[in-house]
Design a protein around this ligand. Sequence first.
Ligand code: GUN
Ligand code: FE
Length: 426
Amino acid sequence: MKTLILKGHVVFTPTSKNFEIHENSYLIVEDGVVKGIFKKLPEQYKNQEVKDFTDKLIIPGFVDLHLHAPQYVNRGLGMDKELLPWLETYTFPEESKFRDINYAKRVYKKLIEDLWKYGTTSAVIFSSVHKDSTKLLMDLFINSGMRAYIGKVNMDRNVPDELKEDTEKSLEDTEEIILEYKDKSPLVKPIITPRFVPTCSEKLMQGLGELALKYNIPVQSHLNENVSEVKWVSELHPDFPNYASVYDRYNLFGQTKTVMAHCIYNTDEEIDLMAKNQVYAAHSVHSNFNLSSGIMPVRKFLERNVPVGLGSDISGGHTLSIPQVMVAAIQASKMKWLESDKKLMPLTIAEAFYLATKGGGSFFGKVGSFEEGYDLDCLIIDDSTINNSDIRELSVEERVQRFIYLGDDRNIIERYVKGEKIDRPQ
Ligand code: GUN
Ligand code: FE
């Protein structure tokens, strides 16, 4: 058995209600799984090495529930357009470059290094339509030691010719990746990825739903992101009552574990269906601002027990920093409350932290918390450059707040995934 003992201020959110804080305590991990948190080191561990981070913060690693790996080099570009013209102008031309595996390698190595840098230890990722680049991304992730679901994008209509897939070939390539990667790594897994309804024929969605059920593979896509997109879906599928019902009809909506990005314009029926099928919403607030998409009423989803996590949505979103996404999610929820509905109470900081850790982490299993039985994915935070302790002592909870709002990668001194220290990916 491999034992890891970390000492420091242990901070996590077992529920969204409050932080649980154990000041200068011992976090004990066996074979990558949390055994317990103790104020005094239990007798049986007396002879074990303790990694001593006294007075530093130990928090769960961040979870990014939605991002597009091949859009990495477009971060911060083209933020003056709405979703559909942005896809045509910036995104599809960039994604078509990933036919070239050497280009993919240069970008994906940098992306993985950046995720590591920002403390994202788990991510749910769209690659491009290209099979070989997708496999490369999965292999690079496996080498990194970080956790991910990675999906080859499927699309066979309404996209430029160089990205348009033959329906049968799209399904064959997807099945090949599933067979090759479903048991290859405990931390990096395939996920079925119809881009969104407008780019997927019914035949393609039918086939993808069958693959999801056949191999019990999770699903990711986009839902109700932008007014023009929602209108387009209703024109393409006039016989369906709403956008979500199209995915649902093809077994792509919670029949296996599913995450849908955005969910800004969900009807009450669609929110109820997400609750019933336990479909996750990936709240990708930076992207929703940048592409003028709107503000997701996140409180409505939480009240109805829809599982929710946060997404950077690179490159609709401009940064991989999940703390920055947390800040924006809190700010957006305040504007929603103030400007449109006084019943939708703003997110608290503990709620935002929960969404960024245990909320999104539950998509991966027992991830994102330090309760007994959870996989130990954590960050060690040295906030001495930002906490001004020489002027005024902050409480541990205040230090966490300060780190979320003002911290950056320079404050993250170590990262662990399933009990293993993760070094900067090469
Ligand atoms: N909808 C379909 N494709 C995309 C994408 O790449 N980014 C975002 N934000 N929405 C999408
Ligand atoms: Fe997206």
